[in-house]
Ligand binder design. Structure first.
Ligand SMILES: NC(=O)c1ccc[n+]([C@@H]2O[C@H](COP(=O)([O-])OP(=O)(O)OC[C@H]3O[C@@H](n4cnc5c(N)ncnc54)[C@H](OP(=O)(O)O)[C@@H]3O)[C@@H](O)[C@H]2O)c1
Length: 287
């Protein structure tokens, strides 16, 4: 059993904390807005008033918050940030989907503070978080990862070491860009199929039976055709991640026309008020 802090109790963080509790760990939780920890406290978690308070005495601290700004706040806020109070033997783990630039800056700040840090974003959504079947994409020192692997395995079905600091963040942005590009294309194709006189549900089902269709698109295509848009991976987070990917491409001078086109689709979805709906709501643009 380890003492672990979970910082951020949104859709993903709350379920990850629940998995840690179920695995028998001692968990202290913190969330910016009050009132999101009731179920976790009932299941045995302790609540802390700040990230700094939450990490007293822990072996690992896991942050799962929205974006770069939130991650900066959680780790580095001069009064309440976790990093300054992290015990020396502990590992700081950021599982938020953030930019590569921020993941590297945070890793440098952790190194300067003498703390071990991993960027460890996850592939998978709410159902995988609930089932402890997330796929961890980890950047940082392999020996540090080895120390916390049993903790990550309580929340994930696979733990993949991607490379040095920032490699997990980079891989996560690439995975999401690939997912979003395919979802945007599937939405477009089903809209076209309907206009051409085909049944979109049957069309999606048949595409799903060909070798070119990724398993995740089989699910997304069926959901689009059935009009299922309940938020798992909401449009506003998809657009955030595509924005990070586009910025990284521009910074490194890489050409990324498909990322730009995909981002334009999800920006249009945001502009049409679809931000809180699932990634599958891209289909609404083509009805
Ligand atoms: N949903 C998915 O399918 C999925 C899958 C893989 C990865 N991710 C990534 O995982 C992260 C969390 O996603 P989620 O779906 O759990 O999001 P969410 O439900 O929207 O929760 C966001 C969390 O971030 C916190 N937060 C936002 N701004 C903050 C700030 N400035 N300071 C401190 N805390 C702040 C929120 O606190 P409040 O309660 O106070 O707003 C909340 O705890 C994101 O980076 C997302 O891209 C999501």
């Amino acid at each position: 059993m380890s003492k672990i802090a979970v910082l951020g109790l949104g859709t993903m963080g709350s379920r990850m904390a629940a998995r840690l509790l179920a695995a028998g760990h001692a968990v202290t939780v913190w969330n910016r807005s009050p009132g999101r920890d009731a179920d976790l406290r009932e299941a045995g978690a302790k609540a802390a008033a700040t990230p700094r308070e939450a990490v007293q005495d822990v072996e690992a601290a896991v942050a799962m918050v929205r974006d770069d700004a939130a991650s900066r706040e959680v780790w580095l806020n001069p009064q309440t940030g976790a990093l300054a109070a992290l015990p020396k033997r502990a590992v700081a783990i950021d599982s938020s989907t953030v930019s590569l630039a921020w993941a590297r800056e945070l890793a440098a700040a952790a190194a300067a503070a003498g703390s071990d840090m991993l960027d460890a974003p996850v592939s998978g959504s709410r159902p995988q978080a609930e089932a402890g079947q997330l796929v961890y994409l980890v950047g940082g020192d392999a020996a540090v990862l080895q120390r916390v692997e049993p903790i990550l395995q309580a929340m994930g079905g696979a733990v993949l070491h991607a490379g040095p600091a920032g490699a997990g963040a980079a891989l996560k942005l690439a995975v999401n860009a690939l997912y979003a590009a395919q979802a945007a294309e599937m939405a477009e194709l089903l809209g076209w199929a309907a206009r051409a006189g085909f049944d979109p549900a049957r069309f999606a089902e048949l595409i799903g039976q060909t070798p070119v269709c990724a398993p995740v698109m089989k699910v997304a295509g069926a959901a689009m055709a059935a009009g299922r848009f309940d938020p798992l991976f909401p449009v506003e987070l998809v657009e955030k991640d595509l924005g990070y990917m586009a910025a990284e491409a521009a910074r490194s001078g890489a050409e990324a026309p498909l990322t730009a086109a995909t981002r334009a689709v999800f920006r249009r979805a945001l502009d049409q008020g679809l931000g809180d709906l699932n990634i599958t709501a891209a289909a609404k643009l083509y009805r």
